[in-house]
Design a binder for this molecule. Structure first.
Ligand SMILES: [Zn+2]
Length: 201
């Protein structure tokens, strides 16, 4: 206890009279632990995969796995996360991805949130919007999280459609001039095989 290098540097008197502050970091870590547990619960309830939890929550993997099992009644699924940006380019997923990324950017700009907080809030907004239209969600929380990652890393961007002025997800290398979105210029086969032909409307 008397070997604290900071206290020793302050002089022998300071080291002798001042107690070493050990309580403060411990208290902070308990609060931090609670906060992280709450975050993990929130994410698991929205369907986050274990890899997503590990990337965002600073709790040991065993704790996260146990939390997951308790909340979902099953072990977390194994396997890789969906790593491809291509999925977001097909017609219906692109409409949903654009909606979600728009909500995420809104949360960053207007909600002053960042990182996982903005992703969570954006995902809730996306789901609320779908519940009013009655359309099935195309994006799971994990997919939404991947989308935000691709966007933050510059692999995907938002481009403004010259017809409807809406913003849509495009690949970073995609020409952004005179962009027309998939809703204004749907491909011939869009909407076939599904009951609704107007996603994200
Ligand atoms: Zn458009």
């Amino acid at each position: 206890m008397d070997t604290n290098p900071v206290a020793a540097a302050g002089g022998p008197d300071a080291a002798a009279s001042r107690p070493v502050p050990v309580a403060a970091p411990a208290r902070k870590s308990v609060l931090h632990d609670m906060e992280q547990t709450r975050l993990a619960i929130e994410m698991i309830r929205l369907g986050a995969r274990l890899q997503v939890l590990e990337a965002e929550v600073s709790l040991p993997r065993e704790r996260l796995t146990r939390l997951y099992k308790e909340l979902c009644g099953a072990s977390p699924p194994k396997g890789m996360l969906p790593f491809s940006t291509d999925w977001f380019m097909s017609w219906r997923p692109n409409a949903h991805a654009s909606m979600l990324l728009g909500a995420y950017c809104f949360m960053v700009r207007a909600g002053l949130l960042d990182g996982i907080r903005a992703t969570l809030a954006g995902f809730r907004m996306y789901r609320e919007h779908l519940s009013t239209t009655g359309e099935a969600a195309q994006l799971s929380f994990t997919r939404a999280w991947m989308l935000v990652r691709f966007y933050e890393r510059g692999m995907l961007q938002l481009a403004r459609c010259q017809c409807c002025r809406g913003e849509f997800v495009v690949c970073a290398h995609h020409a952004r001039q005179r962009y027309t979105c998939g809703l204004c210029l749907p491909p011939a086969r869009a909407g076939t095989g599904r009951k609704s032909g107007r996603p994200g409307a």
